[in-house]
Every structure is written in C-alpha cells, then in structure tokens.
Write a protein that binds this ligand. Structure first.
Ligand code: FAD
Length: 308
C-alpha cells in the first residue's frame, strides 16, 4: 500500500492531528536514541486503537505499542510500520471509594499522575510505584516494581485488546504476573485500562513516603542522564550492578554510551549515543560479566525496530 494511502486511512481513524510520519523515536524514548517510525499515531479512545490495529492487520502492516518509552531501545534505522502511542491522550484516571479506593486508569496514564492523585485523595499503597517513569500499560506489561512493591500487589483487573480485536477483562491472576513479566507480551495484548485497589491513608504521610523514595532514587540512580532505568534484570541470588562493578566495568564507554559511574546497573546516554553504541556497551557488559562471574545477565530493557 502507498504511503499516502496508509496516511489517509490512519487519519480517517484517529484524526489528522493524531498522525505523524517519519517521527524521530529518540524524542519518545527516555534513552534519547533511535531512528524514525514510519507512522506514529496517538489514539484517543479504545475504538480508535481497535480501528488502527484492525487496519494494520488487514493491510499487513506491523504495529508496535508505545507507552512512555522508559523501558525501550529503538534501533538506529527506526521502526517500520505503525507506532501506536498510548500516553497523554489516553490517560484518564478516576477514583471510587469502596472501603479503600478502586482506581481506574487508562493505559496511557503515567504512574506519577496516579501517585499525585493518591496524595490528593489519601489513597495508600501506590507510593513505591509512583516514582517509576512509565505508563500504566507499560507497567502492567512487565509487572513493574520498586522498593519491595510491584504492580501485582495492587492490580485487580486489566482490560486488554486481543490480537483478534476482542476486548477482554482479565484478573491479575489471569495476567500471570511475576518478576518483570506478564502474559501481555506473549499474547500480543494491548492493555487499555487497569483497575488498582488501594487503601485509605493520610495524605501528608503518603506524600512524605513518595518524597523519601524519590530522594532515594536521586541519590542512587543517574537521573541526570538519559537511560531506560535498570538495563538488566536482577539475576537470581545476585545484583546486576554489583556484578558489573566487580567486573571493573563502571564507566566503560563506547562513544556517549556508558556504564554509569553512579550505579553500574544503568547504561546511560551521556549525550548523543547511537543505539548501536548502547547495544555495544550492553553486549560487552554481558560478555565480561559472564566471564568474570559465570552469571548470565538478561536485559530488562526491550529492543525494538531495526538495528544497524
Ligand atoms: C530512570 C528510570 C527508572 C526506572 N525505574 C524503574 C523501577 O524502579 N522499576 C521498574 O519496574 N521499572 C523502572 N524503569 C523502567 C520503566 O519505567 C518501566 O519498565 C515502565 O513500566 C515502562 O513503562 P512505559 O510506559 O515507559 O513502557 P514503554 O517503554 O513505552 O514500553 C515497554 C514495553 O511495554 C509495551 N507496552 C507499553 N504500553 C503498552 C500497552 N498499553 N499495552 C501493551 N504493551 C504495552 C511496549 O510495547 C514495550 O514492549 C525505570 C526507567 C527509568 C528511565
């Protein structure tokens, strides 16, 4: 299908203002690297999301769902097909009092937005998740977690769009959430909405706890540089950062891609790193850690698009 026809069809589904072509993905991922997406759409409703997916499938065009881009590395050659970003235009959050609170959030709502609302309403139990710079969709997909708490602890249900275009409500149990894993990816689901159960708490205490955790992040993590957070999953019985440090790799760099001096578990982009340089550092670290400790590191950051 011609580019102009694809563009017309996408514009008719989500509106002309919500479609871009050749969109630089470095503006949409926290690693600040990677090439352009052929088509980039920002739907505003579940119906529009389903419409884009149905069109892409009919036309045989690949599509990729993007949240806040905080767990991703996009290849330097970019993404072929359609990127569907679920973020600000699909980010409603509502609270219902039910003993504690039931919080219904669209997939594009940032966890920080839910956190801010929790402070206003006095809803407790989301403090550890509020500092993770992702969207609800991205967080459910990988059962995001921090400081001893994970999505699994408060998720009740998630509404997903299946590959067949069906909308399903799945319980947390059915999503099979475990360490940085759910069945969302293997089933090719798109998370549309999630419901979290939170308790009642004191707004000042909730705010203080969130501030404390954000302070700990600033102290320990290289937030001054672009990254995708922890580059590697925690290997059973070890800490990735410690193994990398013990392998003598703190500060190891290829171009502007570098193992953080502050926290060796983070590969950071100190300026204008290419995806190729970032991949080079990740591969070199994996190899050296295997040699020095015998432990195999597995990436937590997800790679997508075409790499050189
Ligand atoms: C400084 C920093 C600190 C971080 N700290 C933590 C931490 O403490 N704990 C932690 O767990 N993570 C952390 N992360 C990683 C990241 O924030 C989380 O993994 C987050 O959940 C990713 O959400 P996202 O919206 O950015 O997803 P994206 O990066 O946009 O996407 C990640 C994956 O999820 C998929 N996806 C996104 N939205 C949907 C959807 N609606 N439906 C289906 N699939 C979807 C994408 O296709 C992709 O495969 C950190 C990252 C940074 C940069």
């Amino acid at each position: 299908m011609e580019t102009s026809e694809i563009l017309n069809r996408l514009q008719s589904i989500v509106g002309a203002e919500n479609v871009k072509t050749k969109e630089p993905m470095s503006s949409h991922i926290t690693f600040r690297a990677g090439g352009p997406a052929d088509f980039f759409v920002t739907p505003e409703s579940s119906e529009q999301i389903a419409g884009v997916v149905a069109f892409a499938k009919d036309a045989g065009i690949p599509y990729f769902v993007l949240g806040n881009g905080s767990n991703l590395l996009v290849g330097d050659l970019g993404i072929r097909g359609i990127v569907i970003q679920l973020l600000d235009s699909f980010s409603d959050v509502s609270f219902t009092e039910a003993g504690g609170f039931l919080v219904r959030a669209q997939a594009g709502a940032k966890l920080s937005k839910i956190g801010n609302e929790c402070v206003r309403k006095g809803a407790a139990g989301f403090e550890c998740l509020a500092g993770i710079p992702g969207s609800v969709g991205g967080a459910v997909r990988m059962n995001a977690g921090a400081y001893g708490s994970e999505v699994k602890d408060c998720l009740v249900t998630a509404r997903v769009l299946t590959q067949d275009g069906e909308v399903k409500e799945l319980s947390a149990e059915e999503l099979e959430l475990s360490y940085r894993h759910s069945i969302v990816e293997e089933k090719g689901y798109i998370v549309l909405e999630a419901v979290f159960a939170l308790g009642k708490g004191n707004p000042a205490e909730i705010k203080a706890k969130m501030r404390d955790l954000m302070g700990r992040r600033r102290d320990k993590q290289p937030l001054e540089y672009a990254s995708a957070g922890s580059t590697f999953k925690r290997p059973e019985g070890h800490f990735a950062g410690q193994l990398i440090e013990e392998a003598g790799l703190k500060g190891f760099a290829i171009g502007d891609a570098c193992v953080s001096e502050k926290h060796a578990g983070f590969v950071v982009n100190k300026g204008h790193a290419t995806a190729e340089e970032i991949v080079g550092v990740i591969e070199a670290v994996t190899k050296k850690v295997q040699e020095t400790s015998g432990v195999t590191l597995h990436k937590e950051v997800r790679f997508t698009g075409e790499f050189k």
